[in-house]
Design a protein around this ligand. Sequence first.
Ligand code: FMN
Length: 230
Amino acid sequence: MRKNMQKLALLLFAAVMIFAFAACGSADQQKTQTETQPAADENTEPEQAESSAAGNDTLVVYFSRTGEQYEVGVIEKGNTAIIADMITEATGADSFEILPKEDNYPDTYDALTEVAKQEQNENARPAIAGEVPDLSKYDTVFIGAPVWWGDWPMIMYTFFEENADALAEKTLIPFSTHAGSGLSGFDSKLASACPGSTVGEGLAIAGTDAQNDQDSVRSTVNDWLSGLGY
Ligand SMILES: Cc1cc2nc3c(=O)[nH]c(=O)nc-3n(C[C@H](O)[C@H](O)[C@H](O)COP(=O)(O)O)c2cc1C
């Protein structure tokens, strides 16, 4: 009889343990489901991707030189190109680099300043290499260049004038790199060169910072982009 009681107690204990494990198991399962709930977040990702794909309504056009540049020595990636890439990465925009059809620009700083001055004096319109992308696809165009003699490099005026009709209804956002002149009137000059466009708030970055202080410049660029609604 006593043995039977012991058996019954053991059976009861076993039953209680099985129940306890089963309950634990289902709690674990619940936890796993909760943990996999981020899958719901994953489901929202395509939407985010879509909104960053909306970056494809945006184009970044820029001109930039390598070689010897002011206070940065000989550079392999141009100061303005660095900023253009930051904008492209942050917005998912397409990008187009303006290159001269005939590259007569010297690789040494002093000689380059002379050629640039001559172009400015002659009000030259240096030809652009290759084909400009179909601008009708874009609502917003970021446009960047180094300040050359207090102005856009003349090749940028080639771009503005050859594409004046296509740029007319767009939002144009200028950015510069420079050695002290800031935006140097890029915004008002852009508005005059592209009548009918809306010119947004521009950004000026010192060329030395673009080259040597990229973490802090990236955060400046990102803050500016947030202010513009990106
Ligand atoms: C021809 C030439 C003219 C320049 N004129 C100016 C100027 O008027 N004001 C200024 O702040 N920086 C001036 N700079 C400095 C450049 O704007 C600066 O170094 C810029 O970051 C170069 O950018 P990049 O590497 O994209 O070409 C000039 C540089 C060159 C080569």
